[in-house]
Design a protein around this ligand. Structure first.
Ligand SMILES: NC(=O)c1ccc[n+]([C@@H]2O[C@H](COP(=O)([O-])OP(=O)(O)OC[C@H]3O[C@@H](n4cnc5c(N)ncnc54)[C@H](OP(=O)(O)O)[C@@H]3O)[C@@H](O)[C@H]2O)c1
Length: 298
């Protein structure tokens, strides 16, 4: 199987390239080709078509995206081009080439209140989309271009991603703990942290099994940002008491953030994916990796 990974240099794309290099279920590693902006801008239809034609993959895992959530509020057209139009171009190229497409999406396609207003319920794969902010609108637009494909497709929604990349919450908290005595972190937004390495494992399983449809893929369990910050402190072997809770009102951001973005993942179990590691375990592994210095983005 030949797999084309877009967003190769990003947080998820690089974890996925590493994971693909190790093989699938003890078998031989698939042929994996990674692409990123220096290879071509996917918002250009001709560029996207030419790249797919040139590499002739059996499957595309589309990790490239505009991921600046607050920036999407002010640069909506550019964000929509990167997340909507680029995905439409790849979907068209998949239709022509007859290859499969996996699109990575987000919890922000939901309204942030939980199914039927029940925050504890979170969201199932089939719950109606109602994007909580403009970034969510652009990602929902990307989903709409994928789900009409006749060739095999997957939409894999994830949330609160961290891993070896330029910026992520766990890395930021670790740095701030080195710079400041105490920190305030919001305690009224609940979601599911996801380690890029663990998501890469799920993606390889889904693609090698050629499963179809919408999936929710995160680490096991849910928490608030405050809980995640405290767990990061524990992993960094410092006192979690240095982290204090605050409200979203005390920490305003340009884009609205969901109070509830818990993704329930029934379909992954149906597809035979083993339970994901707990989010606390994932934080421990990532912080250990950062401390080892064996990262591209320290
Ligand atoms: N990060 C999260 O917390 C989170 C949560 C839920 C879902 N997701 C989704 O997960 C996926 C991976 O996210 P990530 O955090 O790994 O992203 P990332 O680190 O920002 O990487 C995205 C990559 O895509 C490239 N790219 C952007 N626009 C492009 C274009 N027009 N043509 C070609 N390449 C382009 C970027 O290049 P430049 O850096 O040079 O722009 C970057 O290398 C995305 O679909 C994202 O929406 C992320």
């Amino acid at each position: 199987m030949k797999i084309l990974v877009t967003g190769r240099d990003g947080m998820l794309g690089s974890a996925l390239m590493n994971r693909l290099a190790t093989g699938v279920d003890g078998g031989a590693a698939p042929v994996a080709v990674g692409l990123d902006l220096p290879d071509g801008d996917l918002t250009d239809a001709a560029v996207a078509a030419e790249l797919v034609k040139r590499h002739a993959p059996d499957w595309i895992i589309h990790c490239a995206a505009w991921t600046d959530v607050d920036g999407a509020e002010t640069s909506f057209e550019r964000a929509l081009a990167a997340n909507g139009a680029a995905t439409a171009h790849l979907a068209a190229a998949c239709r022509t080439a007859g290859c499969g497409l996996t699109y990575i999406s987000t919890d922000y396609v939901f309204d942030g209140r939980g199914r039927g207003g029940d925050a504890a319920a979170g969201y199932d794969e089939d719950d109606p989309k109602a994007p909580v902010n403009r970034y969510g609108q652009t990602k929902a637009a990307g989903e709409d271009h994928v789900r009409v494909l006749e060739t095999p497709w997957q939409i894999v929604r994830t949330s609160w991603l961290f891993g070896d990349g330029r910026v992520n919450f766990v890395k930021t908290i670790r740095r701030l703990l080195q710079e400041r005595e105490s920190l305030q972190v919001v305690d009224d937004q609940r979601g599911c942290p996801t380690y890029a390495d663990d998501l890469a494992d799920v993606l390889v399983r889904l693609v090698s099994g050629r499963h179809r449809g919408i999936f929710h893929a995160t680490n096991r369990g849910d928490c608030t940002w405050f809980d995640l910050a405290r767990e990061t402190a524990v992993a960094c072997e410092t006192s979690p008491e240095r982290i204090r809770p605050c409200t979203s009102e005390q920490y305003p951001r340009p884009a609205s953030r969901p109070a509830c973005s818990i993704l329930r993942s029934r379909r992954l179990e149906e597809a035979g994916c083993p339970p994901r590691p707990a989010w606390q375990d994932a934080v421990g592994r990532y912080v250990a990796l950062l401390e080892s210095g064996r990262v591209t983005h320290p």
